[in-house]
Design a binder for this molecule. Structure first.
Ligand SMILES: [Zn+2]
Length: 255
C-alpha cells in the first residue's frame, strides 16, 4: 500500500474510533468511492454500498475472508474461509436473471400484500440505518419503518407504519432482502464438530472495520518500534516498502 493510502486509512480509522456502526460504514464507503459527498453515499441502496465495500476489502486485504461463528449446537467456535467473489456471486442474481431482478433504485416503490394489509415501501439506505441507530432504545425498527414505508393500509384504511403487525413487517424485510440481495449476505454453514446447521450473516461494513482496526493498531506498533529504534518519523516509516519495514523490525527484535 502506498504512503498516501496508508496515511489516509489511518486518518479514516482515527475518525471512526469515535463513530458508531453507521458512521464507520460511511467512512469506509468514502474510501471506496472518493470524491462523492456523504449525502449521496447515504442515499444508495445498501446492496450497492456493500458491493463497493467488498471491492474495497479485496483491494486492501485480498480475496479471502475468514468468518468466525459460534455453533448454536455445541457452542464451538467455527471458522470458515470464503472468497469475496464467491460471497457476492451467491448474493447476486444469476447473470441471465439480472435484468429481471436487478435491485430497484431506492426511489422505486416495492409492494407487499398480506391478509388485507397493503404496503408500498422503498429499500432502506445507509442513511436510514444511521437514523435508526440514533433512535432511542427499542425504537430503531419503528424509525426504519417510518422512513421506508411510503403508504400502508388495512382493508383500505390508512395506518401508520409503526402499527404494521409482526408478520407484515417480516414480509417487508423478506421482500427488501429479495430485491437487494447484496445487502443481505447470508452463509449457510454446518458445524464440523456436531453437524448442526448454522446461518450466519456477514455484515461487510463491520467486518472491514474490524480488519482496519487490527491493521491500524499493528501499523502504529511498527511505527512505534522503528521510531524508538531509529528515530525516524511516522511519514518516513510509512514510506518504507513492506519488505524493508519487516527487515528493520526483525533487526530490532534481534538486537
Ligand atoms: Zn457444533
Amino acid at each position: 500500500m502506498e504512503l498516501a493510502g496508508q496515511a489516509a486509512l489511518l486518518a479514516t480509522w482515527e475518525a471512526g474510533l469515535a463513530a458508531g456502526r453507521a458512521g464507520r460504514a460511511l467512512l469506509l464507503h468514502t474510501v471506496a468511492r472518493p470524491g462523492v459527498g456523504a449525502a449521496e453515499l447515504l442515499a444508495v441502496p445498501l446492496g450497492e454500498r456493500d458491493a463497493e465495500l467488498f471491492g474495497l476489502r479485496v483491494e486492501l486485504f485480498g480475496e479471502k475472508l475468514d468468518v468466525r461463528v459460534g455453533c448454536p449446537g455445541c457452542a464451538e467456535e467455527m471458522e470458515f474461509a470464503f472468497e469475496a467473489g464467491q460471497l457476492l456471486g451467491a448474493a447476486r442474481p444469476a447473470a441471465g436473471a439480472r435484468t429481471v431482478s436487478a435491485p430497484p433504485s431506492v426511489t422505486e416503490a416495492l409492494r407487499v400484500e398480506l391478509d388485507g394489509w397493503r404496503v408500498r415501501f422503498r429499500l432502506p439506505t445507509p442513511g436510514d440505518l444511521a437514523a435508526a441507530e440514533q433512535a432511542p432504545g427499542g425504537l430503531a425498527r419503528a424509525v426504519l419503518l417510518e422512513r421506508c414505508v411510503l403508504t400502508a393500509e388495512h382493508d383500505g384504511e390508512p395506518v401508520a407504519a409503526r402499527q404494521l403487525p409482526e408478520p407484515v413487517q417480516r414480509r417487508l424485510a423478506e421482500a427488501a432482502a429479495a430485491a437487494d440481495p447484496c445487502a443481505d449476505v447470508r452463509l449457510n454453514l454446518s458445524c464440523p464438530g456436531c453437524g448442526e446447521p448454522a446461518l450466519a450473516e456477514l455484515d461487510i461494513a463491520s467486518y472491514l472495520w474490524e480488519e482496519l482496526d487490527d491493521w491500524a493498531r499493528a501499523t502504529l506498533l511498527d511505527v512505534h518500534l522503528l521510531a524508538t529504534a531509529y528515530g525516524w518519523s511516522e511519514t518516513e516509516i510509512l514510506a518504507l516498502s513492506p519488505l524493508r519495514r519487516r527487515y528493520y523490525l526483525e533487526l530490532c527484535a534481534d538486537a
